[in-house]
Design a protein around this ligand. Structure first.
Ligand SMILES: [Zn+2]
Length: 457
């Protein structure tokens, strides 16, 4: 009776382990994982005799592990561990071993009780691109072989309805979490995630993934299109790379989702002097005023006009205490005559729009407390008044033509895509055991699209 119940428990435990494995497979696929589902590790009961044939086992790398410690823990013969690791490190840098890695070993059980296991082979997949096998030769020596996989890029389309949340509903369509996070970021300037959603709202994405030739491992790639249809608005954002600036997301009209610069980088300040020629209050003669002045009491906080990186911070000739922030390859802003800087501000530090970077003062050549603010485009001061939006934020010329072609191409494919019919509401368990196929389409990748489209214009 005790035997029967013991065996029953073992069977149930195995069943749970197998179910658990399949449940977590989705997660495992995002990180390097086995090429084939390994058999669940079988706990060897003391009284039982070890099997006589080769045994496969999956060894989990834990924090602080080395290749040797993982193998020694699995009771592999010490000399063999040394030799196998020596062979392995010829093709794999031991420093690259991470706790999410697994070693798949095949060994012969010890011939007598308490003996060491005889390592036949070892397999590790340190990344989606790379596969390493170590095998024991007839002479007992170990030889390692590394195979570099050629990844296949595919474009995926997903379309769905928001029932719970954008994140959960997109996840149900097998969109990788990294891609969903990117989507949320793209939408965050235009959507209030707390209030804007209503039943019946729909969303869609076009994104790339890379798969190994066996189609077992997948890595999320670029998100090229985001679609959101709300009760009162429809949003479409396209990933596009202008010729002279980094890629970004643009709406149908070719406006960047990146926020424009703040008009007034000082709260509650009054514009005291505009851009252009004027009699200089200190020098007395006419001089071009290369910025705009905002008068405000000493100590009034000054904010960064946009997201960017601090380029210069410190005293700078007649500017007094000076900060320059680079926003992109084209635009920087400068802040002068400051009384002091925000703590921790130094060149190379990233700042957000609206972040306090300094305080109004009257250092340098000035008659009274004010902020001298400059908008610098390609290294030259320009009048902020004439810069309607941040210039890099709006596509024009050849960029705009290329963008329009990309928009037409993505729209056409997106509209044509019919999502597979989702099974009716099922309990969570059913979803795990019968995964719906990922929205996969035999369409060119977004790179190819962009290339093809730029040829047309
Ligand atoms: Zn000024």
């Amino acid at each position: 009776m005790r035997w029967t119940s013991g065996a029953l428990c073992l069977i149930i435990a195995c069943a749970i382990a197998v179910t658990d494995y399949y449940r977590h497979r989705e997660v495992a696929q995002l990180t390097p994982a086995p090429p084939a589902p390994p058999p669940p590790p079988v706990k060897v009961v003391e009284e039982e005799v070890e099997p006589t044939g080769p045994v496969d086992e999956t060894l989990q790398v834990l924090k602080g592990d080395t290749l040797s410690s993982v193998l020694l823990r699995a009771k592999i013969d010490q000399t063999q561990v040394h030799d196998a690791v020596e062979a392995l490190t010829k093709v794999f840098n031991a420093k690259d071993l991470r706790p999410d890695h697994q070693l798949f070993v095949t060994y012969m059980p010890p011939k007598e009780k308490g003996g060491d296991r005889d390592l036949l082979s070892l397999y590790i997949r340190p990344s989606i691109e790379c596969e390493i096998t170590v095998e024991k030769g007839d002479d007992g020596s170990y030889r390692a072989q590394k195979e570099v996989k050629k990844l296949i890029k595919t474009t995926q389309i997903a379309k769905g309805e928001i029932k719970e949340s954008l994140f959960l509903d997109a996840k149900k369509l097998k969109v990788p979490p990294k891609v969903i996070t990117e989507m949320v970021k793209v939408l965050s300037h235009d959507v209030d995630f707390q209030r804007d959603f209503h039943p019946g709202d729909t969303f869609g994405l076009v994104y790339d993934t890379e798969k190994d030739p066996e189609g077992l491992l997948e890595r999320p790639g670029q998100l090229s299109f985001v679609y959101l249809k709300l009760k009162d608005k429809e949003l479409r954002f396209y990933n596009f790379k202008p010729r002279s600036s980094p890629p970004g997301y643009y709406d149908l009209k070719g406006s960047s989702t990146r926020k424009g610069l703040l008009r007034t980088p000082v709260d509650g300040a009054r514009l005291s002097s505009g851009f252009g020629s004027r009699r200089h209050p200190v020098l007395g003669y006419r001089k071009d005023h290369k910025g705009v002045d905002f008068a405000a009491p000493i100590g009034t906080p000054v904010m960064s006009a946009g997201d960017g990186v601090v380029e210069k911070v410190g005293p700078f000739s007649s500017y007094g205490n000076y900060i320059r922030v680079r926003h992109n390859s084209e635009i920087s802003t400068a802040y002068a005559h400051l009384s002091r800087f925000a703590t921790g501000l130094r060149p190379g530090k990233a700042v957000r729009q609206g972040q306090i970077i300094g305080y109004i003062g009257m250092t340098g050549r000035t008659t009274g407390p004010h902020l001298h603010y400059e908008l610098i485009r390609f290294g030259k001061q320009v009048d902020p008044k004439h810069v309607k939006t941040m210039p890099a934020g709006k596509l024009g010329g050849a960029d705009l033509s290329a963008f329009k072609a990309l928009v037409a191409s993505i729209n056409k494919r997106f509209e044509a895509y019919k999502p597979p019919v989702q099974p009716a509401e099922e309990p969570d368990d059913a979803e795990a055991s019968t995964p719906t196929p990922a929205a996969e389409n035999d369409v060119p990748t977004s790179d190819e699209l962009q290339k093809a489209d730029s040829k047309k214009v």
